[in-house]
Design a protein around this ligand. Structure first.
Ligand code: CNA
Length: 280
């Protein structure tokens, strides 16, 4: 889009105009979409960032290709790389970022319609976003089950195995199948909650897209569901997907915590945000 194209809804394509839109009470059904980029500041590597991303660092596992660690067929015969990774990523080892806290603040103010996250680190919950407002599109480490007979596996035993970097086996007598956290591997169905809520973005009055490469489908299709004229704001190191192609898109390129703090400043919420973040 020509950067000179005037927006339909915002007064201008800027963070200040987005803040004014919220302050005017015109954004009451905010839909947020997040990816690994909102957790890198917490110390969790993302997938694709050069040098620091997981794909880059998986080379030490001798995988046929980096994505194999999240492929069910590879896992069946070789679960160790996944469990070594799980040991690093396991919830409890990391604290939410100020970007996570901002989403919790939106919920507290009654402005969050829904958060769709691709992350499996549970940091949104840890930040205080109510669970009924979260769609964990790629599942999470919160529960786990046998990949053969689907029998659930106890949380405490799982924690012990992950701590040791060992793959647990099914507890059902005679099964012995491998146990995997309920995170979505390549080629697996997304959770029902994703499909049950897939129309929610169509009803958003403001969309915030944060820290995602928008490369993994079907999640990557969600921002396109916003109605024409609904402002969409991207907080990311780089431009992704079709963000920036609509007249009311605002691109906030850089690290998302800085972008979020700028928005909080424009909203006059900065002190409240920092206090909430500190209290987590
Ligand atoms: P990705 O493909 O690795 O993309 C991350 C995006 O975030 C890239 O566009 C980066 O440029 C950007 N980015 C990185 N750091 C920052 C930052 N500080 N501020 C702003 N932008 C930043 O990750 P996606 O989430 O898009 O890919 C989907 C995969 C990644 C999902 O299936 C996740 O389960 C999976 N994943 C999750 C985690 C986690 O739970 N924290 C970690 C690694 C991978």
């Amino acid at each position: 889009i020509d950067p000179d194209t005037p927006p339909e809804t915002l007064s201008e394509r800027s963070l200040r105009a987005v803040a004014q839109f919220i302050k005017d009470g015109r954004a009451k059904r905010i839909v947020v979409m997040t990816g690994a980029g909102i957790s890198t500041a917490a110390g969790i590597p993302d997938f694709r960032s050069p040098k620091t991303g997981l794909y880059h660092n998986l080379s030490r596992f001798n995988l046929p290709h980096p994505e194999a660690v999240f492929e069910i067929d590879f896992f069946r015969t070789n679960p160790e790389p996944f469990y070594l990774l799980a040991k690093e990523l396991y919830p409890g080892n990391f604290s939410p970022t100020v970007s996570h806290a901002f989403i919790a603040l939106l919920a507290k103010k009654g402005l969050l319609r829904m958060l769709f996250t691709q992350n499996i680190d549970c940091l949104e919950r840890a930040a205080g976003v109510p669970s009924e407002k979260i769609v964990e599109a790629h599942g999470s480490f919160a529960t786990q089950r046998c990949i053969e007979c689907r029998t659930e596996f106890p949380d405490d035993l799982m924690r012990e195995h992950v701590k040791r970097g060992e793959a647990p086996r099914c507890i059902r007598k005679g099964c012995g199948g491998l146990v995997k956290p309920d995170i979505v591997f390549f080629g697996e169905q997304l959770p029902e909650a994703f499909y049950n809520n897939i129309s929610v973005p169509n009803t958003a009055d403001l969309m915030l897209v944060m820290g995602t490469s928008l490369l993994v489908h079907p999640f990557a299709g969600l921002p396109r569901r916003a109605q024409e004229g609904v402002p969409r704001v991207l907080f990311n190191l780089e431009r992704v997907g079709d963000m920036g192609s609509r007249a009311d898109d605002v691109l906030v390129l850089g690290d998302c915590d800085s972008g979020i703090r700028k928005l909080a400043d424009e909203l006059g919420w900065r002190d409240e945000l920092e206090a909430l973040w500190r209290s987590i």
